[in-house]
Design a protein. Structure first.
Length: 278
């Protein structure tokens, strides 16, 4: 049965140096289409290089919230941050133009407060401001290019999830879907996002021993809104924990969905085609 890996990073180390081997291995395991997701300038450039020659690799272009945390930590001034974000957008637009029809989404972008130190309230506020400005700018880019948005969201409590919904409702024009990549967060946030048109991405962590929250999210997601992802090189399935996640391992998550959750993973393949308008 063919699978689509809707979120993987052949463009990141350690996969990048052997990406053709990893892609061949994935195809041998039944993965017939994958979306290579950019997260900063270098990984977007590599994604472009990888996907241009391979008909079954799509590309998504975006800047991960972590990029903006790093700039804030380097004590970049507010005006410099704004100028750099402007440059990011100009660069993303030019690269989107180069990617042409292979470009199926914008992202990953979003909000990530997971690693914030609660004692650093001022620094955290600056990071939130920088992440928010970048997220809004990329939402507008998705609107302009009429492409789905791939959203990365992570937090130890609920604030990032609440902020994401608020920003999407204010800025995103809902005439096409968006993806909550790597499902996490409270169930009512997931349900509200689904009402707005979200697809929810499920990764190798669905197979972990402590997976109750993710299984609940999976079951609360309508069958036509579930997507299969690896997020390789991150989040290897249970039997490979502690190792690099390789893209072929998406098959293990698909098997888990079939055997433990009694859902035919082929449905998720169709969802990927619908979501990315293919
Ligand atoms: Zn990712």
């Amino acid at each position: 049965m063919p699978f689509i890996d809707t979120h993987c990073h052949y463009n990141l180390d350690p996969l990048y140096e052997n990406w053709p081997t990893h892609w061949q291995k994935a195809q041998a395991e039944g993965i017939n289409q994958s979306l290579v997701v950019g997260a900063d300038q270098l990984s977007c450039q590599r994604a472009l290089e990888i996907t241009q020659t391979e008909p079954h690799l799509w590309i998504s272009l975006g800047f991960h919230p972590e990029v903006y945390d790093i700039r804030v930590t380097q004590k970049t001034s507010a005006s410099e941050l704004a100028e750099q974000l402007n440059q990011d957008l100009t660069w993303l637009k030019a690269t989107a133009f180069q990617a042409g029809k292979k470009l199926v989404a914008i992202g990953e972008t979003g909000l990530d407060y997971y690693y914030f130190n609660p004692a650093e309230t001022d620094l955290n506020q600056l990071k939130i401001q920088a992440q928010t400005a970048a997220f809004i700018a990329q939402i507008h880019l998705a609107n302009e290019l009429q492409l789905p948005l791939i959203v990365h969201s992570r937090d130890r409590d609920e604030q990032a999830y609440r902020d994401i919904l608020k920003l999407l409702k204010t800025h995103y024009k809902f005439n096409r879907p968006f993806v909550l990549h790597c499902a996490s967060g409270p169930l009512d946030y997931i349900s509200e996002a689904i009402e707005l048109g979200a697809y929810i991405g499920f990764d190798g962590n669905l197979t972990y021993k402590k997976n109750q929250n993710l299984v609940e999210i999976f079951q609360a997601t309508p069958p036509n809104r579930r997507l299969l992802e690896t997020d390789a090189p991150f989040l290897p399935p249970q039997s490979f924990r502690g190792q690099t996640c390789e893209p072929w391992m998406v098959r293990l998550t698909a098997e888990f969905i079939q055997q433990q959750l009694q859902i035919d993973p082929e449905q998720l393949t169709q969802n990927a085609l619908d979501c990315f308008n293919q």
